[in-house]
Design a protein around this ligand. Structure first.
Ligand code: DC
Length: 225
């Protein structure tokens, strides 16, 4: 079974690492965080309370969403509209973290996530890919970095986009979300018992990708260039 799970907090670099791995291996990619963000975005649009488990579950089961390759990346199409950019705001991230803490909502998104596994293989990016969604995956990575480094990366990203932001505020938001994701009772962010932990604090993206590919060659006996 060709599945690589990469779990970790936001800012650990897993999104970029997963994109590079999926393109190098020619495998499918599941960005599970995007599913939680889409659900949260739809809930905000439809004025569904972020703790209304029943309505959120129905919404999760009926999401009309597609991930469509556009040549350079992937468009996230919700009800016919490309909502990719609208999912990346702090408001949506905060709402996603709230809906993600409800067990029945997570259950409702489970089959949709599992369906991403198709030949020749899958890179699964999230918080509980190795622990809950694909416990059978032969290669599991837990990618972490210090909160200060993750805040610095986010600060650089936002500054490059022309936003005037405070690093102290970003750091405090990161710490708050980490605390919620790691301490929730439902599918908390934690390494699977058989995950390999990589600390990317002082590693480049290329160095992380190289480490994962070494593991893939070893465990899956794949020839990767
Ligand atoms: O990775 P991200 O920032 O796009 O994730 C958005 C939110 O969804 C984040 O608060 C954690 C949550 N999430 C989750 O609970 N389980 C996943 N597999 C992926 C994301």
């Amino acid at each position: 079974m060709n599945i690589i799970t990469i779990d970790g907090p936001s800012g650990s670099g897993k999104g970029t690492v997963c994109h590079i791995l999926a393109s190098k291996l020619g495998w499918n990619l599941l960005d599970s965080g995007a599913l939680y963000r889409i659900l949260a975005f739809a809930a905000l649009q439809k004025n569904i309370a972020l703790d209304d488990a029943k309505t959120l579950t129905a919404q999760a089961l009926n999401l009309q969403v597609a991930f469509v390759s556009n040549g350079v990346g992937v468009d996230t199409v919700l009800d016919g509209e490309n909502v990719g950019d609208k999912l990346r705001t702090e408001v949506v991230a905060e709402a996603a973290s709230k809906v993600a803490s409800i067990q029945v909502v997570r259950d409702a998104l489970l089959a949709r996530q599992k369906a991403f596994y198709q030949a020749p293989g899958l890179i699964a990016d999230g918080r509980d890919m190795g622990t809950v969604v694909f416990p059978e995956a032969p290669v599991k990575i837990f990618l972490d970095a210090s909160a200060e480094e993750r805040a610095q990366r986010r600060f650089n990203q936002l500054q490059n986009k022309g936003f005037d932001v405070s690093i102290a505020q970003i750091l405090s938001e990161i710490k708050e979300r980490d605390y919620r994701d790691r301490n929730r009772t439902v599918a908390p962010l934690k390494p699977a018992s058989d995950a390999i932990e990589i600390d990317s604090t002082s590693l480049s993206i290329d160095e992380v990708v190289a480490q994962v590919l070494d593991l893939v060659k070893l465990k899956l006996k794949l020839a990767v260039k």
